[in-house]
Design a protein around this ligand. Structure first.
Ligand SMILES: [Zn+2]
Length: 180
């Protein structure tokens, strides 16, 4: 197994698999190599699973060229993109949200509160745009249905017929929430 280690200004260790099947560890500066190796070893079954999945998937983190990402700039791009898209879809679906905010959540791409405040993860702005459309349509549909019932999916389906495929693609990008 080939392991590449990048020392950077960060607080935690992060593990990712590149499209070439290499294991990349992002580590805080001055982390002892021994510690990194035992960390990688403790994740070996996860790594093997990911390598298998990644070789099947054409989309991987490496294609996104995240190394030189300017997060402040990207969040501004995300903010504009999200407000433009949510305006468009809210009119088209005729569903009014109370508020929209940009989120940095580590576990979800979007959410909709009981008061209809919608949060959209800024990291979506790094992915193919149809995924952002899907998440916005999904969260707007929650204004009407606060659950994932068949009624809910019928609303989504009406505006996003590919939602099943898009959901799967979005899942394949889940790692982004952890590493950026
Ligand atoms: Zn939902």
């Amino acid at each position: 197994m080939k392991i590449e280690i990048k020392f950077m200004t960060r607080r935690t260790l992060a593990l990712m698999i590149t499209s070439k099947g290499k294991v990349l560890v992002k580590a805080p500066k001055n982390t002892p190599e021994k510690y990194i190796i035992s960390f990688v070893e403790s994740k070996s079954s996860w790594i093997q699973k990911k390598i298998a999945n990644f070789s099947q998937s054409q989309e991987s983190l490496i294609n996104l060229e995240l190394e030189n990402l300017d997060i402040v700039k990207q969040k501004k791009i995300a903010k504009n993109l999200v407000s433009e898209k949510i305006e468009y879809w809210s009119q088209k679906m005729q569903l009014d949200y109370k508020n929209v905010r940009l989120s940095s959540a580590r576990t979800r791409w979007g959410s909709c509160t009981h008061e209809n405040t919608i949060s959209i993860n800024w990291r979506l702005s790094l992915l193919p745009l149809e995924l952002l459309d899907y998440v916005i349509i999904h969260e707007l549909a929650h204004i009407k249905e606060k659950n994932h019932s068949s009624k809910f999916w019928n609303i989504v389906d009406k505006y996003c017929a590919d939602f099943k495929i898009l959901r799967k693609r979005l899942k394949s990008f889940g790692q982004i929430l952890q590493v950026i």
